[in-house]
Design a protein around this ligand. Structure first.
Ligand code: BDP
Length: 700
């Protein structure tokens, strides 16, 4: 298999008994008539149910003499079923799946308030069949917990992708709008199958051209493809667009001409894309223009754009990923400092889009202190699905485990149990607008994501955006069954491998709270020695602060005091070395090399042991995968094997380069558990990577 079908392959049900049972219970399908979304459901059932049962699906009127699958909105349900379902509390995109006995017949009912709800319900049912679930007693009621569930593509107009490791952009701007690549349809279908309902097509480091008429007609063509799948299109707005493409002399958010320009632009966009989602903005961050260029604030900028799209129900996603060179004492503090004072002043259709951690998508970060700290403003979660800091698309790292850890973190902002998930789904402060986005890992590679297991990250992101309380292990189980099959001897070990993979990457890259020690700009591999870049917070040495005395970033009161941005309960727990979890030790503390860890070993030994553990965990993954040959097609098996070999090589590289470098300060011997480095520090420092993909255009 080339992986193009993702988790949506529909082969005949392998269990013969179950196959007979499904065939008997799903003799025909009654599908309500209607528009484009219902046509898609018909196609999906023909392909899905047809494939699983290895039969031609018979679509019929409601028939009391057959066991039927009934797919119909509540309003048009056959009367006999209306009392069987309770539609209360079901949201617009929600659905019900229920098995019902009537006389001698049994029915499986999929019902909803909207066509889109029916599509989501259909995908759920097909997944249940693929997972060999019983049709007896089905009683499912699902509504998404988050309103905006989207992908952010960091795709440039020339089709390169910033931080993209799976080929080029799937948006072919040259052949749009007249040529509709089948990929666009398959993309929409895959996203709809996991409940994603929005996509920002373009890089946050934006090009103003995307909102010129020439490009907008291409965007419209994509929006038309995505609409029946329930997916809205969003675009990144370059703050200086009024000057660059509008001919104005300023982009000052309080200038009347600028205000009018954005109003006119919104009107123009909505004329051709009536359900346009809105704008995503990166402003005054890493060289992007923004309101601060005119002495204004993020608030002024966000509200300017919010007012422009408000008449059309559009939203503005304003990113909180900001850090400035003028206040570089601790980059981790800056977003909070800039955004919290304006809590409650943003327009209702503004979402502040916050990365999961305060630095930048590291293998492990504590959650961002903004979560829970802006009770009067909708905050939206931004995860990174593409693996910028997690080994690119060659390392197997199951990200839903990381996402889950963040979502399950307790902010304590309204006492114990104030989970980040509750900020994201709005329940902590009763929010009307909620959202979660993931920076996409999708490209032109035949399997979409480069690494075959990268598909699990896309899949899992979608499932968590639908329900941020889902268990990552359950998601792995779903994805494995839908992608590879239901054999227990396969599922258990591979699930174990996926679940441990996240801790493995933390161990071999950034153990004990280390962070941002990646080689500069491309972020490929270790570069803890880098210290010559013009801005302090661009240098890895700024983050680990290793010296003869010890290592780590003191964020307590004696240091940057970033800890004070968290709730008092957390501040206390992290500040106190007895209660600070060791995984965050060097994130919050600068400690001597001979500091005693809970294990009784020195910090220095502990570091080496963790690095080694990471390497060993990858070895274990290799062994597990070796034993899976008979359950996976040989191409995919071979691909993953080769990738795991790269991962092992790079895990050793991380261990050796980092430990050799840190040894220049600690001057201590490596712990006996650690294997001897394969090369010298000079060798690792000399490595150059002109071929590392996904680099952003220079802005410094
Ligand atoms: C960093 C990336 C950079 C992005 C930036 C962002 O290195 O390419 O532009 O985040 O999110 O992780 O804006």
């Amino acid at each position: 298999s080339n992986g193009y079908d993702l988790w949506l392959k529909y082969h005949i049900i392998s269990n013969v008994e179950l196959l007979e049972n499904y065939r008997k219970n799903l003799e025909s399908v009654y599908l309500e008539d209607g528009g484009e979304t219902l046509d898609i459901i018909r196609k999906e059932l023909s392909m899905g149910l047809g494939g699983l049962l290895d039969e031609t699906v018979s679509f019929k009127a409601f028939d009391t003499a057959e066991n039927q699958l009934i797919v119909s909105k509540f309003g048009t349900l056959p009367e006999v079923f209306k009392n069987e379902v309770k539609m209360d509390l079901l949201k617009k995109e929600g659905y019900i799946i229920k098995s019902i006995k009537q006389g001698n017949q049994s029915y499986v009912l999929v019902t909803a308030n909207s066509d889109l709800g029916l599509l989501y319900g259909t995908f759920h049912l097909l997944r249940a069949l693929k997972m060999h679930e019983s049709l007896d007693g089905l009683d499912i009621k699902e509504s998404p917990k988050v309103d905006v569930r989207m992908l952010n593509h960091w795709d440039n107009l020339d089709r390169t992708i910033e931080r993209g490791y799976a080929g080029f952009s799937i948006w072919n701007w040259q052949t749009l709008p007249d040529y509709i690549d089948q990929r666009y349809i398959d993309y929409a279908r895959a996203n709809a199958s996991i409940g994603i309902n929005g996509t920002a097509l373009t890089n946050v480091n934006a090009n103003a051209l995307i909102i010129t008429p020439q490009y907008l007609e291409k965007v419209k063509a994509l929006a038309d493809v995505f609409r029946p799948y329930g997916i809205k299109v969003y675009l990144t707005a370059r703050f200086s667009a009024p000057m660059e493409i509008g001919g104005l002399s300023t982009a000052d958010p309080l200038d009347p001409e600028v205000i009018q320009w954005w109003k006119d632009k919104a009107k123009e966009i909505y004329k051709s894309i009536p359900d346009f989602g809105g704008f995503l903005v990166k402003a005054n961050s890493e060289g992007q223009p923004g309101p601060q260029n005119y002495g204004r604030t993020h608030l002024d900028g966000a509200n300017l754009l919010a007012d422009a799209v408000a008449p059309y129900n559009g939203v503005v996603m304003w990113r909180a990923f900001v850090y400035s060179e003028h206040d570089a004492e601790d980059r981790a503090k800056q977003a909070y400092t800039e955004f919290v004072p304006d809590d409650g002043k943003y327009r209702d259709n503004v979402l502040i889009q916050v990365k999961n951690g305060p630095i930048d998508f590291q293998p492990r970060e504590p959650f961002h202190p903004l979560f829970g700290a802006m009770p009067n403003t909708p905050l939206m979660m931004e995860f990174q699905i593409t693996k910028e800091y997690l080994g690119f698309a060659t390392h197997l790292v199951y990200l839903p485990k990381l996402f889950e850890e963040v979502l399950q973190s307790d902010t304590y902002q309204k006492g114990k149990g104030s989970l980040v998930a509750k900020v994201v789904d709005g329940s902590l402060n009763n929010k009307k607008l909620t959202g979660m986005t993931g920076v996409a890992n999708i490209g032109t590679d035949i399997n979409w994501t480069g690494h075959p297991f990268g598909q699990a990250d896309w899949y899992g992101f979608g499932r968590l955006a639908w329900n941020p309380y889902m268990d990552s292990k359950e998601i792995a189980d779903e994805w494995l069954r839908c992608t590879f099959g239901n054999e227990k001897q396969f599922l258990e070990p591979v699930k174990k491998m996926m679940m441990e993979s996240r801790e493995a990457v933390v161990n071999y890259m950034n153990p004990l709270g280390l962070h941002h020690i990646f080689d500069t700009s491309h972020h490929y591999g270790p570069g803890p020695w880098v210290g010559n870049l013009s801005r302090p917070e661009w240098n890895p040495v700024y983050y680990h602060k290793a010296d003869e005395e010890g290592i780590g970033f003191d964020r307590t009161k004696t240091g940057s005091d970033a800890l004070s941005q968290y709730a008092p309960e957390l501040e206390k727990m992290y500040a106190d070395l007895d209660t600070c979890p060791e995984e965050y030790l060097l994130w919050f503390h600068h400690l001597p090399w001979d500091y005693k860890l809970k294990s009784g070993r020195t910090l220095w030994d502990g570091l080496g042991i963790k690095y080694q553990e990471g390497v060993d965990q990858v070895r274990e993954m290799i062994t597990i995968w070796e034993n899976m040959k008979s359950y996976v097609d040989s191409d995919t098996h071979h691909q993953v094997s080769m990738l795991l070999d790269i991962q092992l090589k790079e895990a050793k590289w991380w261990r050796d380069a980092c430990m050799l470098y840190f040894q220049t300060f600690s001057k201590m011997d490596f712990p006996k558990e650690m294997e001897t480095p394969e090369n010298t520090l000079e060798y690792y420092k000399s490595l150059k990577f002109p071929y590392a993909p996904g680099i952003r255009p220079r802005w410094d």
